[in-house]
Ligand binder design. Structure first.
Ligand code: AMP
Length: 396
């Protein structure tokens, strides 16, 4: 896998697909610039070689063409501040103006193109649109892991116009290297923790991990579909009835493959989906009709944490309960601490997916784990065993 470290970019005009989809407040001020900061090492490598950068990104989900709310002009100053470079802006990502500014770009300078998604062609993966973008530069770098699972013009289609002159940025390379550490010959025991609201979102990842992990821990709302499928009373807990046969199949698959599938034995249950609800502890097969499980219980937490602490590799995707509410955060917090302990004891722990990343940040443990992935959907698809279009396009 070639990265920006494998090339010298002197006098190249480098088209870099970045993920600058940053949150903005009502006055268009950036509330979290970590996605811009993450791309800085890649950009600095290109600029310090004597190249220039033409940045392509999306922002939000504009439906009807150019919209002020989704304009990347709001972030120009922050890109300049974080890179220390002169940053020009083209208010149309293709067209004569963009061509002219790109042509006059000096080494060490950056051109930020307007939101790619102002053109429907971007998400459609339109070849002619991709070709127009490609004409702006001489080299293609993909550093947008968050959109690597999308076959869009800028992520998967335009790479074909840069034979031998394309590679990954550091964000992308890091994400893939860390995911591979888990997927290819993980140090054992390897424990995968899968949680979150819905079984349907996580079926494929559980299935794929059956061939790789030693232990698979299931928590969060999805655990109740399993509990009901094996005959338990789960009260008002989340359940996808139509997925119960699949839940049973997964239990059988674990047995036949010798994988230790751990389901929560007990839960923190509540009479209401609210932080001030009346709560109790119940076994997962004996939840009263007017109660719902909103967190794993103490027995489940103890067993899960024990299993995690004995592991050398851990992958965590999805919270153990409604951790956003303090009454139901204990299970997720305990698991987060156990995951952090693995890394502190020399093991490898990868946190993937928006909600587990949010949880690890909430409990101030982000700097105690091995790696927190920035790509929710992309990482999930990678662990489902799928080839990511944004990765494939650069490798081809
Ligand atoms: P996901 O996006 O599928 O990973 O789900 C994350 C969401 O699942 C979080 O917002 C949690 O609050 C929610 N969640 C976790 N456990 C439960 C539960 N037992 N009941 C309802 N929601 C839950």
């Amino acid at each position: 896998m070639q990265t920006v470290n494998d090339f010298n970019f002197k006098d190249e005009k480098v088209l870099v697909r970045v993920d600058f989809n940053v949150p903005l407040d009502a006055d268009f001020a950036i509330t979290d610039d970590s996605r811009i900061a993450a791309a800085v090492p890649t950009l600095k490598k290109i600029l310090s070689d004597g190249g220039s950068c033409i940045l392509m990104s999306h922002l939000g989900r504009p439906k009807e063409g150019p919209t002020n709310k989704y304009s990347l002009k709001h972030i120009v100053d922050r890109v300049a501040l974080l890179t220390g470079a002169k940053v020009l802006f083209a208010d149309d990502c293709i067209g004569q103006d963009a061509i002219n500014i790109a042509a006059s770009l000096n080494p060490g300078e950056i051109l930020l193109l307007e939101n790619l998604r102002f053109y429907k062609e971007e998400e459609k993966g339109d070849l002619a649109f991709a070709e127009k973008l490609s004409k702006l530069g001489t080299f293609y770098v993909n550093d947008a892991f968050g959109t690597a699972h999308r076959a869009h013009a800028s992520t998967a289609v335009m790479a074909q116009f840069f034979n031998g002159k394309k590679c990954f940025g550091f964000v992308m390379a890091n994400e893939i290297a860390n995911a591979r550490k888990v997927l290819d010959q993980p140090a054992r025991p390897f424990t995968a923790i899968v949680g979150g609201a819905k079984v349907s979102d996580k079926l494929l990842i559980i299935e794929n991990l059956m061939g790789i992990a030693d232990n698979i821990i299931i928590g969060g709302g999805m655990a109740y579909t399993f509990a009901k499928a094996i005959g338990g009373n789960i009260g008002k807990s989340l359940c996808e009835d139509e997925r119960m046969p699949l839940a049973l199949q997964l239990i059988e698959m674990a047995k036949s493959k010798g994988v230790n599938l751990l389901l929560p034995e007990d839960s923190v249950v509540a009479d209401n989906f609210a932080n001030d609800a009346h709560t109790a502890i119940a076994l997962n097969n004996e939840i009263a009709d007017n109660y719902m499980g909103l967190d794993i219980g103490p027995k489940a937490s103890a067993l899960f944490c024990d299993t995690i602490r004995q592991s050398k590799t851990v992958l965590w995707n999805g919270p153990m309960g409604v951790f956003e509410m303090s009454s139901f955060e204990a299970g997720t917090k305990a698991v987060a601490q156990a995951v952090a302990d693995v890394a502190q004891n020399g093991g490898f722990s990868l946190i993937g997916g928006g909600d587990s990343a949010a949880a690890i940040h909430k409990f101030n443990l982000a700097n105690q784990v091995s790696y927190v992935s920035t790509g929710g959907g992309a990482l999930l698809e990678y662990f489902e065993g799928k080839e990511l279009p944004g990765v494939k396009a650069v490798l081809n």
